[in-house]
Ligand binder design. Sequence first.
Ligand SMILES: NC(=O)c1ccc[n+]([C@@H]2O[C@H](COP(=O)([O-])OP(=O)(O)OC[C@H]3O[C@@H](n4cnc5c(N)ncnc54)[C@H](OP(=O)(O)O)[C@@H]3O)[C@@H](O)[C@H]2O)c1
Length: 293
Amino acid sequence: MNRVAIVTGASAGIGAAAARSLHEHDFTVYAVARRLDRMAPLAALGVRTAAVDVTDDAAVIALVDRVVLECGRVDVLVNNAGYGSFGALEDVPLVEARRQFEVNVFGAARLCQLVLPQMRVRGGGRIINVSSVGARLYQPLGGWYHSTKYALEGLSDCLRVEVAPLGVDVVLIQPGGIATEFPQVAGELLLAVSGGGAYAGPARRYAAALSAEPDHISPPEVVATAILRAATVRRPRTRYAVGRGAKAAVFARWLLPDRLFDRVVVALFAALGRIAERRLRSAARTGAAEPGA
Ligand SMILES: NC(=O)c1ccc[n+]([C@@H]2O[C@H](COP(=O)([O-])OP(=O)(O)OC[C@H]3O[C@@H](n4cnc5c(N)ncnc54)[C@H](OP(=O)(O)O)[C@@H]3O)[C@@H](O)[C@H]2O)c1
């Protein structure tokens, strides 16, 4: 019998690639997100799709009940649904900070609660939480997003040692920059909250950097490969840092003391801003040249 996996946030990016990859490797995959229509290509492959908002308790209960009813168990849970809501701490309404925690942390935690009873009884299962290299790093205007990922890592580390005696593995995936819808969503939210106030300058530059052409970042399939590995190897690592620059960033954070790392972060942020400004100027020149061209 095929192993059974649930993948959240499967309507785009990393989740869609992971659902496809697990399906291609003979898992029975339940792929969920809010936008059911965006999962039609997965459904056409034979992936079982459902519209589920991970903050909707009734919907996640119904999802796990359905999977257990149809397949008898959940072997792998991939908690991938998440988004980046950036902005200066002064500007971000706490209601938005709480919403981000509801999706990125509590949504994942609730699904863990729901799949664990049958994993515990069977004495096996794997929970794969998609965190971020941002759980090791930090940056200006990123307080709430990074906090959600730091929290997800703390939760996952505790859970790993809590359920290891029961035969359940907990694995963290730490993507670096990945070409998905994430940067666009993050850039729009950043401009919406900090694009006009005291932090407008850095916010606009960073939003422009987020919308950069994805030539220096990795495709979501790179993360899907790590998720597949975490789901299938006999003894998975506790963390997989994947995507361009991810391992180097984790290593630098481990190596450098805080004050030195602060300087690296600030320099990197300034460099991103300069690149974005150059790109904006060049786009403006091209735009200006177009009518007469
Ligand atoms: N891309 C990166 O550079 C990067 C780097 C590090 C970590 N990550 C992490 O990777 C994960 C996947 O992100 P991605 O890059 O693939 O971004 P993405 O392309 O924007 O995909 C995000 C997915 O999450 C789903 N989602 C958002 N809110 C949801 C909710 N309330 N309930 C259910 N699903 C929800 C979205 O589906 P619907 O909108 O249809 O619900 C979508 O399928 C996230 O946890 C993110 O933090 C991404």
